[in-house]
Ligand binder design. Structure first.
Ligand code: NJP
Length: 243
């Protein structure tokens, strides 16, 4: 598959995994994240292991001016984008009464507005070519609510609302719009620092493997569909911070 695939949040977890998998299929991943040293290493590995020339750009998706600049650079470099995987995101899990409002606002900036900003940058060209696929990583947390996830869950509900509306708007085009709703996945997402500063996993059960999720997303890129639901989490409010 000879496609240009932009992946946000490609420096770890699902994004990193998908980047490798699509390169193995012959597509060119364009990796975006804030950690440019990680992206550099990942691109090096991809380019060594596959025949693909992957590239990366440092980007904080919540810096909307930077989003515009980076996508301009992407267009200059590769000409067009076939698939945008809006994957960058993070979660902070606290009782709402104790949650930091600043952290909640930041989650909206990254998980929702950053995703919309990147989508804004690919749509005109996709409409012009009447081709493309926008895949938004939402969550089971966007479909059901659990305690201690009010801010995160609200961001993922917003992602699903945006995705469903955009899909309707584009129904008469050849642009696919998909939401992916995973349960908890074993990535850095659920890693927190303990009191001694060591990084530990704060969820112990019901974990999907990043690799299996990446496989499903890669299949979705080959055979687009509206929504991909992966096993839902169970009672996560009580499993969080059980450390
Ligand atoms: O997590 P992780 P996942 N600008 O922490 C990047 C959703 N999800 O792969 O910027 C740009 O390994 C960060 O890169 P860096 C989840 O909500 C997960 O699990 O260098 N990039 C890294 O590459 C998220 O939307 C679970 O720090 C930013 C990546 O995002 C997606 O899956 C369950 C950024 C995060 O990689 C990928 O998460 C579920 C910014 N401002 C949905 N901030 C789960 N793991 O259980 C972060 O339902 N990134």
């Amino acid at each position: 598959v000879n496609k240009n695939i932009v992946i946000t949040g490609a420096s770890s977890g699902i994004g990193e995994n998908v980047a490798m998998k699509v390169a193995e299929l012959g597509a060119r991943p364009i990796l975006l994240a804030r950690s440019s040293d990680r992206l550099h290493k990942i691109c090096e590995t991809i380019n060594k292991k596959t025949a693909v020339n992957s590239i990366y750009f440092q980007l904080d998706v919540s810096d909307f001016e930077q989003v515009k600049k980076v996508f301009q650079q992407i267009y200059e470099e590769v000409g067009y984008v076939d698939i945008l995987l809006n994957n960058a995101g993070f979660g902070v899990f606290d009782a709402f009464s104790e949650a930091s409002f600043e952290e909640i606002a930041k989650m909206f900036d990254v998980n929702v507005l950053g995703l919309m900003a990147c989508t804004k940058e690919v749509l005109p060209s996709m409409l012009e070519r009447n081709a493309g696929h926008i895949i938004n990583i939402a969550s089971q947390a966007g479909k059901l609510a659990t305690p201690k996830s009010s801010g995160y869950s609200a961001t993922k509900h917003a992602v699903l609302g945006f995705t469903n509306s955009l899909r309707m708007e584009l129904a008469k085009t050849n642009i696919f719009v998909t939401a992916v709703n995973p349960g908890p996945i074993e990535t850095n997402f659920f890693t927190i620092a303990d009191k001694s500063g060591n990084y530990i996993k704060n969820v112990k059960r019901f974990m999907l493997k990043s690799d299996e999720v990446a496989n499903k997303i890669t299949q979705l890129m080959i055979h687009p569909k509206r929504e991909l639901n992966l096993p839902r989490w169970m009672d996560i409010g009580s499993t969080l911070y059980n450390v």
